[in-house]
Design a protein around this ligand. Structure first.
Ligand code: UGA
Ligand code: MN
Length: 261
């Protein structure tokens, strides 16, 4: 089965560095199809060239996040805290666009089997995590390193089943798992045309939002040796601080933006 890696990405100083590292990991993964969705009005040359220069099988899409000026307040009477603000949700429109593409693609594909993995462009992935997800029947889960204030956030496994989650950040989430900690059988997206991410949920609830269409805690398939191994890390690239080239009094005139990346 093909692994469909779904990666939203947006323009920033370290974008090319992050995408270079990720794409070069992915070049080592067999049967991999990379779906990259730019958070922009148009596809950029930077991403187009990076994809073209890789030897990856890929699909290049784009959709700009609808940025509202003010964060929206949502009232939810079912929660102890009855209202919350919706954050700048990253990746929601992009991942949904990729899921639309995936459904169309699978409808006509000869081989409808596969696995969907939502991959941030700045995480660190061991090749082992891809071997694990090939075992998935419905939804597989595994630990994620350096996330939510913990060295490792992980499902707790008892007698081969997920019995609980070891998470410190918002443990009341229906599935307290990071995006990097699960993958879903791709064919199941065909029977669930409504399964998508939502802008209406509070931060940290995107994972639960998509997982609710596919599984319950009891059905989760623990991978990575019963969730005892870390094969993916939620690393985050530090925002680089640049100095103003005009103030540097350099020996050589500064190269204008865009002339060298
Ligand atoms: C965490 C989770 O790991 C993400 O999967 C989740 O989308 C995110 O929180 C969230 O809910 O906001 P974090 O490291 O905080 O991750 O988020 P980023 O890595 O900054 O963004 C996640 C993905 O969305 C990245 O691939 C990034 O390139 C993309 N993104 C981010 C956009 O496409 N547009 C943006 O404006 C920001
Ligand atoms: Mn990230």
């Amino acid at each position: 089965p093909t692994i469909y890696g779904i990666t939203p990405t947006y323009p920033r100083l370290a974008q090319k560095a992050d995408l270079t590292r990720l794409s070069q990991t992915l070049m080592l993964v067999k049967n991999f199809h990379w779906v990259v969705i730019e958070d922009s009005d148009e596809k950029t040359k930077l991403v187009a060239n990076l994809l073209k220069d890789s030897n990856l099988k890929y699909t290049h899409l784009h959709i700009k996040t609808h940025k509202s000026k003010h964060s929206t307040m949502i009232v939810d009477h079912s929660r102890p805290k009855k209202f919350y603000f919706v954050p700048r949700a990253s990746g929601v429109e992009q991942r949904n666009k990729a899921l639309d593409w995936l459904r169309q693609h699978l409808k006509t594909a000869e081989d409808k089997t596969g696995v969907v993995y939502f991959m941030d462009d700045d995480n660190t992935y061991s090749l082992k995590v891809f071997d694990e997800m090939r075992k998935i029947k419905k939804v597989g889960v595994w630990p994620v390193g350096i996330v939510g204030g913990m060295r490792v956030e992980m499902p707790v496994v008892t007698n081969g089943k997920v019995s609980d989650f070891n998470a410190f950040w918002k443990p009341f989430r229906p599935f307290p798992i990071d995006m990097a900690g699960f993958a879903i059988n791709a064919t199941m997206f065909l029977d669930r045309p409504d399964a998508k991410f939502s802008r209406k949920v509070q931060s940290g609830f995107q994972e639960s939002e998509i997982l609710k269409y596919f599984t319950t805690k009891d059905e989760l398939e623990p991978l990575a040796e019963n969730c005892t191994k870390v094969y993916v890390w939620h690393t985050r690239t530090q925002k680089p601080a640049l100095l103003n080239p005009k103030k540097l009094k350099l020996k050589h005139p500064p190269i204008p933006d865009g002339h060298i990346e």
